[in-house]
Ligand binder design. Structure first.
Ligand code: PEP
Length: 250
């Protein structure tokens, strides 16, 4: 099955309205020079600018997504945002279970699963993040950790259309370090095998790699078997840095 890659940018807590719009305008100018992009392109900005950026991107090849959502539709959850609100603001994807959420907010696999189910309920595509810590890698536990996270974070009713899995080794995020291509390929093959036991269309699920992806390493990482795109943090913050990564999918 041929899989359409997804190149996604996670802006985390970066960008005010003006500069965010400017980056999107620059990316749109570059994308407009490509007749039929061969990949899906996504930016997940801070929630406050989803509405504005989604309006800028309407009818273009760039989609906008959220970085997190609450499992519930609405209610007494001060400071939280529901998947329905993201959808209403124009988002079409939502990242869930990023390691910064798992660490900073103590999110368990069960919480991540509930959030992914909320994203799907709202009509968003859930990007479920998994990844081992350095200690787990050095202890030879990587594949076990990934199995546990995939199995227990995967939303009920997951399909290749509504769910994307992002492998992001925690020790590679924002550090400039990446696993070897062999290590990435091993984990991705393992995730594909795990998913095959859990869903019927596992061969069509997009498996992203994330962790210190940049223009210089993207061609090799994005070219690996079972790597169907990337989730990019720091290098997605400017059009100049992000475009060469997008080009690996175009
Ligand atoms: C991320 O936060 O999802 C990420 C992969 O960050 P970076 O590319 O900066 O390592």
């Amino acid at each position: 099955m041929s899989i359409r890659p997804l190149i996604a940018g996670n802006w985390k807590m970066n960008g005010l309205k003006g500069e965010s719009s400017e980056v999107i305008r620059e990316l749109l100018a570059k994308v407009s020079t490509v007749a039929n992009p061969g990949c899906d392109i996504l930016i997940c900005p801070p929630a406050l600018v989803v509405n504005e950026l989604a309006a800028l991107c309407e009818g273009t090849s760039i989609s906008i997504g959220g970085q997190d959502c609450h499992p519930n539709v609405s209610g007494a959850h001060t400071g939280d945002i529901s998947a329905e609100m993201l959808k209403d603001a124009g988002a079409s994807y939502c990242i869930v279970g990023h390691s910064e959420r798992r660490t900073d907010h103590g999110e368990s696999n069960e919480t991540v699963k509930a959030k992914a189910e909320a994203a799907i309920r709202a009509g968003l595509i859930a990007i479920v993040c998994v990844g081992e810590t350095l200690e787990e890698r050095e202890g030879g536990k990587t594949l076990n950790v990934i199995s546990e996270q995939v199995k227990n974070s995967l939303p009920e009713g997951a399909t290749a259309e509504n769910t994307v899995i992002a492998y992001e080794p925690v020790w590679a995020i924002g550090t400039g370090k990446t696993p070897t291509p062999q290590d990435v390929a091993e984990v991705h093959a393992h995730m594909r095998a795990e998913l095959s036991a859990l869903m019927t269309d596992a061969n069509g699920v997009r498996l992203l790699y994330g962790g210190s992806v940049k223009g210089s390493n993207a061609p090799e990482l994005m070219g690996l078997e079972n790597v169907d795109g990337g989730l990019v943090g720091g290098a997605s913050l400017t059009a100049e840095d992000f475009w060469p990564i997008i080009e690996t999918g175009i």
